[in-house]
Design a protein around this ligand. Structure first.
Ligand code: IVH
Length: 687
């Protein structure tokens, strides 16, 4: 539908000359085209605001005429659909993996074997990049994307269509000529730049950063809200086109990929048709070095027989095709002299040794620091002063010390782990059975205090987002805040003008905002306050379980170790940590001051005589009116007890969509009453 240009649209959209249906069709095609130009050809034909205006108009029209809204509409790219759970789908053709090797000799053997098997045939190979991401399969019917499924175990994967639709390089409607039915397979990768930005944001928000772009891509595809996935800036690299029965494609893999590009897929240009092993080896050698210049990660090279008619002739082994192989790059390794070791103190007092070494170029960046984990690690690796460290960077972004370069024994001096805290001088403690050394002076050791404050204000804790690390340091240096409870005693006049010469300076408006955010945090529910306290080994889940079980901080403080052990997932180490923390004089004082300031130190009132009291309830599947945690909280608020597994004590099962067949069988066997979400709502009086 290239009949009209954007200019035509802008001219005509306001004069009402088109009827809505026609305009919707036009907008779908034009937004798709602009999207293609932007992402594939790096060309913006309209401004962002014009583009947004078109998208908004289409969204409005779809609301007005839902019967005309296309399931492949570009409005789906914004996301917003909530995946309660991901349906399992069986691949129509299994998604095989490839035989892989780190050895060039094995690539030579593969080539020789293939040549022998294909004696007399005229054939070639394609060499292409092996993307380091998550494999997915996209089903197209009559030019429309109908389903996106992860590889899963190769036979069954998860339906992630709503999330896949938010990835700009996945065409929703194909362009030009296309086969009537086929599957496009490829890899979803997280480009480095977007990955780094997202991870920095996560750290700033107090969320755990992803270890590498692959994990992040995989996590993104499993996000429950597709609008969040839309923010992730993922890239789909298409590498394989597979016909559905009876559909003719092109005779070579190379031509199929070029064709796919014309249909609107992102097919990276670094694909080479090779005639012999020397050309293959040249391609591999080139990319082993050049890979770091790419904007996304690759972990090897894939070599495929180009003529697809020969694939059948070569056949499959048990797991992978005989017509392709993957060469995997070895993790890059360098050596560099150890210059010094910093001993860093974290928020929980744990002292982590960090090696400083001569800067070296590794995996596309200059690296000069890497963790040495703990004293055991240093000992195990026999790391001594003046050693040359061996440093690797594989799929991970962070360099890893993997050993030391052998040197003459006898001249080496073992690294001594400090006995006192490098920050405050307190004697370090190492508990029996634990690898870490830690500083016990939690009330007087600067990095611990700042770290605890940062944790306390974090998004998942008290969520005081106007208090970043710089401001916390300002408050600490001005001796206004030394402990989390001090935050609730800050006065406006104390804040004004703080750090005047720095970017974090606090002016009138920001002082007011800050105080308002602190005030607002008093509404944060008990379980998050408990997490915010930063008790060692008490993460978000642990805090939630403790809060639900004991209901108040006083009950937790009064609990014995044995009673703490009754809580799901609380083991010896956590129980002891919770017990000791709440018995400590200085912590008791903090809790008291927080209580006086009005923080939530007990769970919301629970009805003990509610309609569900006396019932042990299991929830299964996904729900329309609730998240899973939401329905559990609702059950408890009506006096019911939630249990995670079906047993003879279970009285009711609330079955959402997709309740597992195993659970269903067990429930039937035990004769437990099963009710639907609607019946549940009636039961608790919410029609
Ligand atoms: S072809 C039947 N080409 O590597 C052949 N795979 O085990 C299907 N991969 O799971 C795979 N880049 O996810 C192919 N250019 C590429 C690839 C590629 C990455 C992944 C794929 C597969 C694994 C190989």
């Amino acid at each position: 539908m290239d009949l009209f240009s954007t200019d035509d649209y802008l001219r005509q959209s306001n004069d009402g000359a088109w009827d809505d249906h026609e305009r919707m069709e036009y907008l779908v095609a034009e937004i798709d085209r602009l999207n293609f130009e932007y992402y594939m050809n790096d060309r913006s034909e309209v401004s962002d605001s014009e583009f947004d205006a078109m998208l908004r108009e289409l969204t409005d029209l779809e609301k007005k005429h839902p019967q005309w809204a296309s399931p492949q509409s570009p409005t789906k790219r914004v996301g917003g659909e909530v995946n309660k759970s991901f349906n399992q789908v069986t691949h129509s053709i299994p998604m095989l993996s490839l035989g892989n090797t780190y050895s060039i000799e094995e690539i030579e053997e593969f080539e020789a074997r293939t040549r022998k098997l294909l004696q007399g045939e005229d054939f070639s190979y394609t060499c292409e990049l092996k993307y380091d991401g998550v494999a997915i399969g996209l089903t197209y019917e009559n030019g429309k994307l109908v389903r996106a499924v992860t590889r899963g175990n190769g036979v069954v994967g998860d339906d992630i269509t709503a999330n896949a639709m938010t990835i700009p390089t996945i065409p929703l409607t194909l362009r030009g000529n296309y086969p009537p039915a086929f599957e496009a397979r490829g890899e979803v990768v997280y480009p480095f730049e977007a990955f780094n930005k997202m991870n920095q944001q996560r750290e700033a928000d107090g969320d755990e950063p992803f270890a590498n772009p692959r994990n992040a891509a995989s996590g993104s595809l499993k996000l429950q809200n597709s609008a969040e996935c839309a923010q992730r800036k993922l890239l789909f690299c298409m590498y394989f086109m597979m016909a559905k029965q009876g559909v003719e494609l092109r005779p070579t893999h190379y031509e199929r990929l070029q064709w796919a590009r014309q249909m609107g897929f992102f097919v990276q240009p670094h694909i080479k048709e090779c005639r012999d092993i020397d050309e293959i080896k040249q391609f591999i050698e080139h990319w082993d070095k050049a890979r770091w210049e790419l904007p996304y990660g690759i972990d090897g090279i894939v070599i495929k027989v180009n003529q697809t008619a020969l694939w059948e002739k070569l056949g499959l082994t048990a797991k992978s095709p005989r017509w392709a192989i993957a060469y995997k790059f070895k993790a890059e390794r360098v050596s560099s002299p150890l210059l010094s070791i910093d001993f860093q103190v974290g928020r929980t007092g744990v002292v982590t040794p960090v090696a400083n070494f001569e800067p070296v170029w590794l995996g596309g960046t200059t690296v000069k620091r890497a963790t040495l984990v703990n004293a055991d690690f240093i000992e195990r690796m026999h790391i001594c002063e003046g050693d040359r460290l061996l440093i690797e960077k594989g799929g991970e972004i962070i360099p890893k010390v993997v050993g030391v370069e052998p040197t003459v024994e006898g001249m080496r001096k073992a690294v001594a782990f400090p006995t006192v805290c490098p920050e405050c001088g307190a004697k370090l403690v190492r508990t029996e059975g634990e690898a870490a050394h830690y500083c016990p002076n939690d009330g007087g050791c600067r990095p611990q205090i700042i770290g605890r404050l940062e944790h306390f204000v974090g998004r998942r804790a008290m969520n005081i987002d106007s208090l970043g690390p710089e401001r916390l340091i300002l408050l600490y240096n001005a001796k206004l805040v030394r402990s989390v409870d001090d935050l609730y005693h800050l006065q406006r006049n104390q804040l004004l003008g703080l750090g005047a010469e720095q970017s974090a300076s606090i002016r009138e408006k920001s002082a007011d905002n800050l105080l308002a955010a602190i005030e607002e945090s008093k509404k944060v529910p008990f379980e998050r306050v408990l997490y915010a306290l930063g008790i060692r080994y008490v993460g978000e889940v642990g805090a939630k379980k403790l809060a639900r079980h004991f209901k108040t901080i006083d009950a937790i403080a009064a609990a014995t170790i044995d009673e703490l052990l009754q809580v799901d997932d609380v083991g010896e180490v956590t129980a002891r940590s919770v017990h000791d923390w709440l018995a400590d004089e200085s912590h008791i004082r903090i809790v008291e001051r927080l209580r006086q300031s009005g923080l939530q130190l007990q769970a919301q009132q629970v009805q003990t005589d509610g309609v569900l009291s006396g019932n042990t309830i299991v929830v299964s599947g996904s729900f329309n009116h609730f998240t899973r945690d939401g329905i559990k909280a609702d059950i408890e608020s009506h006096g019911g007890r939630v249990s995670s597994s079906i047993s003879s004590r279970t009285t009711i099962i609330v079955a959402g969509e997709n309740m597992g067949p195993e659970k269903l069988k067990k429930a039937e066997r035990l004769g437990v009453k099963i009710i639907s979400e609607e019946e549940y709502l009636k039961l608790v009086g919410q029609p």
